[in-house]
Write a protein that binds this ligand. Sequence first.
Ligand SMILES: Nc1ncnc2c1ncn2[C@@H]1O[C@H](COP(=O)(O)OP(=O)(O)O)[C@@H](O)[C@H]1O
Ligand SMILES: [Mg+2]
Length: 249
Amino acid sequence: MKKNSGNEFKTVTFTRSKVVDIDPQILSDKRIVMALHNDLRANYFRVLRTNILKQLRENNWNSFFVTSATPGAGKSFVSINLAIAMAREGNQSVLLVDADLRRPSITETLKLDCQYGLTDYLGGLTQLEDIMINPGIENLVIIPGKDSKLNYSELISSPRMEAFVKDVKYRYQSRVVVFDIPPIFVADDALLFMSYCDAALFVIEDEKNTADELHQSLSILEETNLLGIVLNKSKREIPSHKYGYGYGY
Ligand SMILES: Nc1ncnc2c1ncn2[C@@H]1O[C@H](COP(=O)(O)OP(=O)(O)O)[C@@H](O)[C@H]1O
Ligand SMILES: [Mg+2]
C-alpha cells in the first residue's frame, strides 16, 4: 500500500513479473490446447477446471500439487493446460510452479527465455520477483524450475522451500498455486508436498503402470486430499471425441 497526496491509500499492484509471449506454433506443437483458439480439446480442461475450483472453493483451499506414479505420464502437460484454464476463468490468478526440479520442463516446453528458476531462488542467488514470468496470459504467472548446478534434493526439503511455499500461498488473496512435482516412485517429494499443499491431483498414463504401482501411489495420496485422477494419453475412444486423453475420478 502506498499513501498518495490525499488521505486515501492506493493499492500498488505487484507488476514485476517479466512478460514473455509464447510462439503460437509452440503452443500447438506442445498441445497447450487451452491457449489455442477454438480447440475442442480444451473442453476437457474446462470441465476439469470447474471440478477442481469447486472443491478448492468449498474447502477454502488454494494450493495443490500434480503428480503421477512414474515419469512421462503428462503431469506438466496437465499442469500447464489446467493452470491456463483456471486463469481464464477470471475469478482468481494462478501461479504455476515447476517444482519438478529433478526434471524441470515447463520453460523448455513453452520455450520461455528465463535467466533464473526456483532452484536459484532457493539457493539464495536471486529474488522471488526475478523468477516470476507472465507468459502473455492474463492472471497467470509461472515460476520456472530450470536446471541448475545447485543440489536440488537438499533444497526441496530446506526451510527456504517451506518458506517459499508459505509465501506464494499467502502473498495474494484469490490465488491458486499449482505445483508440478516429480513422480511418486522417483522421489519422496510428494511426501513433502503433502505437508506444503492443501490437495493433490494424480495423473495416470493409460496402460502404463501396474495395478500394484497405482495402488501404492493412491495409498500414499490417502494422506492428502485427492482432487481427482486424470487418465491421460488414453487410446480408448471418448464419446463424441477421439482425442487421446480424458479424466475420471
Ligand atoms: N494427452 C497427450 N497426448 C499426446 N501427448 C501427450 C499427452 N500428454 C502428454 N503428452 C506428451 O508426453 C510427453 C510427457 O509429458 P509430460 O507432461 O512432460 O510428462 P511428465 O511431466 O509427467 O513427465 C511430452 O512430450 C508431452 O507432450
Ligand atoms: Mg514434467
